[in-house]
Design a binder for this molecule. Structure first.
Ligand code: FEO
Ligand code: CA
Ligand code: CA
Ligand code: CA
Length: 681
C-alpha cells in the first residue's frame, strides 16, 4: 500500500510523532489519560512558569511557524553536510552523518554495511518451525524470536572467538499488525497464546565472521525464550507480603511471566537486568477497596482501554477478580542467560514503578549502585545502593552470589535543585554560559538489611508498601517530577550518569508541575539529556543538561554549548549506550522533527562536547531501540516498523525488512564498517 508522507506523523495531543496505535498498545494510551502523578511536590517553578507561560508558549509557537514543517528537513541536511565537512570529531564519532529522512529502510553512513541479525518469528530452537505469518501458533511462537524487540545486549562467550549471546527484550505486541483481519472483540485463544509467547525475552547464540559485523543466529545450548508465562521468583520486601498474594500463588513469591520489558542493562557479573515498564496496559478493572483503588490509579491500572484483551482468557488480568496480580509487575527483573534452567528474579528492593531500565556502577570499594528511571510524565529517578560488595568475576559461583546483591541495600529517589531557578521561564533559553546546572539530593525511601529485614524510611508507609507502591513513597519524599525518565546509564569511562528525558507535553500546563532548570521547557515536545555527577554511594550530586533536544535552529535547544549549525537534529531521546571511547550514543522514540527515528553519537568531553551526529535512521513508523556499540559493530533493535495510524496487517505501511509485499517484522540489525575497520574511527 502506498501511504501519504503527509499522514506519516500524526502530532496528536501536542506530543512527539509517535503513532496513536503505538500509544494504545505500548503504553495503554498513558498520554491521553490524566497524569498519574497528582502529588503536590514542591515547585518553585510553578510560580515562575505561571508568570511566563503565555510569553513562552507564544515564543515557541512563533519559532515553529518560522521554520515550517517542510523547511526543516532541508535545513537538517545542510547541517549534516557541515558536520561532514568539519570531519574532525574524536574517535568513535568519525563518520559522515546520515541525513534525516522518511525512508522505509535502515539508512547508515557512507562506507558502512548492514544486515538483519534476527527478526520476529525466526526459529531459535532446532525443532521450531519456520515463521509463517498466516499460520502462527502459540507453540511455534514460544520457540521463535518474540515481537517488538527493545533492549539488546551482546555478551561475548568466553574462549569462543566471534561467538556471543544476544539477549533481547520483547516489549509488547500489536495484534492488528500480527494478524490480518484482527478484531479485539473476537480475539481468539490462539491469538492470546501467541501474544503471551511473543512477550518477554530471547536469549540466542550468534556467531560472527572476521572482518564483518554481521551475526548469524545458531541453535546454541544457551538459547532460551522467557515469556509472559515463565515462572519468576519475587525477592525483596514485597515477596510474601499481603499485596502480592493471589489465588494462583498464595505464597506471594512465584510470578507467572514478565511483560512490557522496555530497556535494561548488563550487570558486571554477566546477567541481564530488564525493566517492566507499561505493565498497567495489560490489566482491566479497578479494585473494590478504595485504598487499593487509589493505589491502582497512581499506576494507571484500570485506566487503559484494554488493548491486549488478556482478561478474556485469563482472569488474573481482571483486577476486580484478582486485585493483587498487577502488584507483581513493575519490577526490575534479573535473568541469568548463562543458565537456561535458572529461575529469573524480580527485585522488589529496587521498587515498583514503570522501570525503563536499570544500569549499574560499581564503586572503588565494590559497592553496587543501580540507577533506574520511571518512564511516565512527571515521574522520578531512583538509585539503589547495595550494602554488600561485589564478588569479582563472572563465573557461575560469582553470578549466583551477585544475583542476590540487589536484595539488600538502600533505595533512594532524586530531588534536583537548579542553580538559576529564577531565570527559568519555560522558553528553554539557557540561564547561564554553562547552560542548565544544579545540585541534587538522593532521598532514602527503603532500607533492606542482609537478613531481609526491611525498614521504611517514609512516614506513614510500611516497608512492604514502599516496595510495592514506590511512586507514592516518592511523592511523600518530595522527589522532582521529571519529563519522562527513560534510559539511565553510568558511563563506564567516567562514572557520570546520563538520563534520557524523552518529552512531556503537559509540563507547565494549568494544574500540572511547572518548569524547573532540569525540565526547562513548557509543553516539552523534544526532550533533554541530563548528566549527573554522582557521589555514587552518597546522597549528593551535581548535574547539568547535556542536550536540550529539538531543531538546532530554534532558540529553545542547547547542544552542550557546541556550535548548533554543525549538529544533527535530535528529538525524543530514549535509550543510551556508550562506545569503547566513552562517547554517548542515543536512540530516539517519536522524533518530533519530521524524520524517522534514529541513533546518534554525542561527544561528551573537550571542546566538541555536545557535538551530535546521526549514525542511522530506522524505517517509517519504527522506533530505534537497544543500541549496542562495540569496536566492531553497532546493533539496533528496530521496533514496530510500519506502525502508523491507519496501517495494519491488512494494509501494511512498511515492507521492512524483507521488501516486496511482505509484512513488516521487528528485527535486530547489525551495522559495521565495510572495510572491516573500527566503528567511528
Ligand atoms: Fe518503552 Fe520508556 O519506553
Ligand atoms: Ca520510549
Ligand atoms: Ca542503555
Ligand atoms: Ca523505547
Amino acid at each position: 500500500m502506498k501511504f501519504s508522507p503527509l499522514a506519516l506523523f500524526v502530532q496528536h495531543d501536542g506530543r512527539s510523532a509517535r503513532a496513536a496505535v503505538t500509544c494504545t498498545y505500548k503504553c495503554g494510551n498513558a498520554c491521553f489519560h490524566e497524569v498519574s502523578n497528582k502529588s503536590s511536590g514542591e515547585y518553585f517553578g510553578d510560580i515562575v512558569a505561571a508568570i511566563s507561560r503565555r510569553r513562552a508558549l507564544q515564543g515557541s509557537a512563533a519559532a515553529v511557524l518560522a521554520i515550517g514543517a517542510g523547511g526543516l528537513l532541508a535545513a537538517c541536511g545542510a547541517d549534516a553536510d557541515d558536520v561532514a565537512a568539519g570531519g574532525s570529531a574524536g574517535p568513535g564519532a568519525q563518520f559522515t552523518p546520515v541525513t534525516p529522512n522518511q525512508d522505509d529502510a535502515v539508512v547508515v553512513p557512507e562506507g558502512y554495511e548492514q544486515a538483519v541479525v534476527i527478526r520476529w518469528g525466526d526459529p531459535i530452537f532446532a525443532d521450531a518451525p519456520q515463521f509463517d505469518f498466516d499460520k502462527q501458533t502459540a507453540a511455534a511462537q514460544a520457540k521463535q524470536f518474540g515481537y517488538n524487540n527493545d533492549f539488546a545486549a551482546l555478551l561475548p562467550i568466553e574462549n569462543r572467538d566471534n561467538r556471543y549471546l544476544l539477549v533481547v527484550n520483547h516489549e509488547y505486541t500489536t495484534e492488528p499488525f500480527m494478524f490480518t483481519g484482527f478484531d479485539g472483540a473476537t480475539m481468539t485463544r490462539d491469538q492470546f497464546g501467541i501474544a503471551i509467547a511473543a512477550h518477554g525475552l530471547s536469549v540466542v547464540e550468534v556467531s560472527g565472521e572476521p572482518g564483518s559485523g554481521a551475526l548469524t543466529p545458531t541453535f546454541g545450548h544457551y538459547n532460551r525464550r522467557i515469556t509472559a508465562d515463565t515462572e519468576f521468583r519475587l525477592t525483596g520486601p514485597a515477596a510474601g507480603s499481603e499485596f502480592v498474594k493471589t489465588t494462583a500463588d498464595p505464597t506471594g513469591t512465584k510470578v507467572a511471566g514478565t511483560f512490557a520489558n522496555c530497556s535494561g542493562g548488563v550487570t558486571p557479573w554477566g546477567t541481564i537486568l530488564s525493566g517492566e515498564e507499561n505493565f498497567h496496559g495489560y490489566f482491566v478493572g479497578k479494585p473494590a477497596d478504595p485504598v487499593a483503588a487509589e493505589r491502582a490509579e497512581r499506576y494507571g491500572v484500570g485506566e487503559v482501554d484494554a488493548p491486549h484483551f488478556w482478561e478474556k482468557f485469563d482472569k488474573r488480568f481482571d483486577v476486580a477478580a484478582e486485585p493483587n496480580e498487577s502488584h507483581r509487575f513493575g519490577y526490575v527483573v534479573e535473568i541469568d542467560p548463562w543458565d537456561p534452567e535458572s529461575t529469573p528474579v524480580k527485585h522488589s528492593a529496587l521498587g515498583r514503578n514503570k522501570h525503563e531500565s536499570a544500569n549499574i556502577h560499581v564503586t572503588d570499594d565494590g559497592t553496587v549502585v543501580a540507577y533506574s528511571g520511571d518512564d511516565e510524565r512527571f515521574e522520578y529517578i531512583y538509585k539503589f545502593v547495595s550494602s554488600r560488595t561485589i564478588r569479582p568475576g563472572s563465573d557461575a559461583a560469582s553470578r549466583r552470589a551477585n544475583t542476590t546483591i540487589l536484595d539488600a541495600g538502600t533505595l533512594y529517589v532524586a530531588k534536583l535543585t537548579g542553580d538559576h531557578a529564577d531565570r527559568i521561564d519555560g522558553s528553554g533559553a539557557a540561564p547561564s554560559e554553562q547552560g542548565f546546572t544544579g545540585t541534587g539530593q538522593w532521598i532514602p525511601l527503603l532500607h533492606v538489611a542482609e537478613d531481609g529485614a526491611a525498614q521504611s524510611l517514609v512516614d506513614g508507609m510500611s516497608a512492604q508498601e514502599v516496595a510495592v507502591f514506590t511512586r507514592i513513597a516518592g511523592d511523600k519524599a518530595g522527589a522532582t517530577k521529571m519529563d519522562r525518565p527513560e534510559d539511565i546509564e553510568p558511563n563506564p569511562k567516567t562514572g557520570k550518569v546520563y538520563v534520557a528525558l524523552t518529552n512531556n507535553s503537559k509540563r507547565g500546563l494549568d494544574g500540572k508541575a511547572g518548569v524547573d532548570e532540569a525540565n526547562p521547557r513548557a509543553q516539552n515536545k523534544n526532550g533533554q539529556v541530563l548528566e549527573i555527577t554522582d557521589n555514587h554511594k552518597g546522597t549528593d550530586f551535581t548535574w547539568s543538561l547535556l542536550l536540550v533536544c529539538g531543531d538546532p535552529n530554534a532558540a529553545d535547544t542547547y547542544y552542550g554549548g557546541f556550535d548548533k549549525t554543525s549538529v544533527s537534529p535530535i528529538s525524543c531521546p530514549d535509550n543510551v549506550a556508550f562506545d569503547p571511547h566513552g562517547n554517548l550514543w542515543i536512540s530516539t522514540d517519536g522524533n518530533a522533527l519530521d524524520s524517522n527515528d534514529g541513533l546518534f553519537a554525542v561527544t561528551l568531553d573537550g571542546e566538541r562536547r555536545g557535538e551530535t551526529k546521526q549514525f542511522l535512521t530506522v524505517p517509517a513508523g519504527a522506533e530505534t531501540c537497544g543500541p549496542v556499540v562495540t569496536e566492531q559493530r553497532v546493533l539496533v533493535c528496530v521496533q514496530h516498523p510500519g506502525e502508523l495510524d491507519g496501517a495494519s496487517a491488512d494494509a501494511p505501511a512498511s515492507h521492512w525488512p524483507d521488501g516486496g509485499s511482505s509484512q513488516p517484522r521487528p528485527a535486530v540489525v547489525a551495522v559495521w564498517k565495510g572495510d572491516g575497520g573500527a566503528i567511528g574511527v
